[in-house]
Design a protein around this ligand. Sequence first.
Ligand SMILES: [Mn+2]
Length: 343
Amino acid sequence: MKDFEQKIEKLKGYLTVGPKKIAVLAHTNPDGDAIGSSLAWAKVLRSMGHEVTCLVPNRYPAFLAWMPGIEEVIVAKEDNGRAVEAIDDADLIFFLDFNRIDRLENLSDHIMGNQKAVRLLIDHHLDPPVEEYALVFSDHTSCSTSYLVYNIAERLTGLDVFDREAAEALYVGIMTDTGNFSFSFLTPGLFRAVAGLIEKGIDIPSINSMVYNSYSEGRVRLLGYVLLKKMKMIEGGRAAYIALKESEMRKFNFQVGDSEGFVNYPLSIASVNMSAMFTETRKFIRISFRSRGDVDVSEFAARYFNGGGHKNASGGKSFDSIAKTVERFEEAVAEFFTEKKLR
Ligand SMILES: [Mn+2]
């Protein structure tokens, strides 16, 4: 706690002299927590008089498009000029919900090229490269970055800074990153924070419906196809995976974010402790891992697929073909399960 208070003091040092130009940057394939934490954090910074621009590398999924303020988020892939300008001009750059600057492709060069910008991290993923940042708020036992933002704002400005719209943004982040309050790190403090958000007037049934019941017909049919035809069980049913080709996605009018959450379905089978989803993109294979209990997919992703994340939810990339990637995965799981005595 003392450490946290010291960091808040240091943060105040950066934010009380101003006004400053601030870029708030979240990760590639932004999810509810990336967007929710960014929008709420931007509100905190603006309340302190700063000029804030929110950026994401590529487009957020359609089920987040209703979020108040999201239209002001610059999508770098679609508006590279404005994204680069915001980064080049920034006095401070906040990195939210991820910690690896080098994963941002062309934006990384501009970030590292801006010598005057102070880099600050607010994140809940494992192993932050702390040397990259002037200040690091990193807690992998926080259920979400949105909950971290809530805690930081509580000390920095007080919670009056959050209106109903900011509370909605934080709730979306918390709800989506906890799998609707079913994953790890569900602490009493988290539920007290949620109570605080409810006091701001958020409408939970309507948020729930906008996020979870707003899929296209194609997405629902793709899910059916994936579960029936594509899910493969391995390791005697202890692990399962889904590998989806670009041509298959096209058949179902695939939109960005449509395969979000598919990786969780195999884990609803009693025997399955680890699940993986491989999605083919033009440049590489995007991989998501999920697990339960002691199966550490963060370690697995780091060792075999140059990735990382959380113990029970992580990701990686492969530049092999999808067939080769899956072959490597099956071998890796066999080795990993034997070594960890998970068989
Ligand atoms: Mn998150």
